[in-house]
Design a binder for this molecule. Structure first.
Ligand code: MN
Length: 165
């Protein structure tokens, strides 16, 4: 009887491991957390004043007078996104995992996937975040920080977030 219970538990564990892996055997992010094999830790929850939903920041290169560049990684839970904002010297986004959206004001929303590199022009209102179904792991590079980092503005409405035209 005890052995039977043990076997049942083992079987359940195996199923749990298998469903958390994709067909390449890599572990995948869940809706609320990066995969076990994620390159960077999840980081610290961003303030609700700047994000809708939950986005976590992990700093990689602090700003200093040698590089004048800020580098970090953000994990967006599904449906989480930044507010509208702009960067005085632009921003480079590199998608490490998952799937997300980004949009420059006046242009259509674009989908971005693992491996995509996005160049956001200087002083251009935009937002970025995860899709409704897949979390997003996204590195950012902020150049020329002597000009500043970011100016935060109003939240992206559900209508804006969902609009793909
Ligand atoms: Mn940005």
């Amino acid at each position: 009887m005890k052995l039977k219970l043990f076997n049942s538990i083992t079987a359940l564990l195996l199923v749990a491991i298998l469903v958390s892996c994709n067909d390449k055997g890599e572990s995948q992010a869940t809706a609320s957390g990066p995969s076990d094999t994620a390159i960077f830790p999840k980081g610290d929850l961003g303030p609700a004043t700047n994000f809708t939903g939950k986005a976590y920041n992990f700093g990689l290169v602090p700003d200093d007078s040698i590089y004048n560049t800020l580098v970090g990684n953000v994990f967006f839970e599904t449906s989480a996104r930044s507010n509208w904002h702009f960067h005085p010297s632009g921003q480079i986004l590199i998608v490490l995992d998952g799937e997300g959206y980004h949009q420059l004001e006046g242009q259509t929303r674009e989908t971005m996937k693992k491996g995509d590199v996005i160049r956001v022009p200087a002083n251009t209102r935009h937002w970025h975040g995860a899709t409704e179904t897949t979390p997003l792991t996204q590195m950012y590079i902020l150049p020329k920080t002597e000009n500043g980092f970011v100016t935060w503005q109003e939240p992206v409405t559900d209508e804006q977030y969902q609009s793909n035209n």
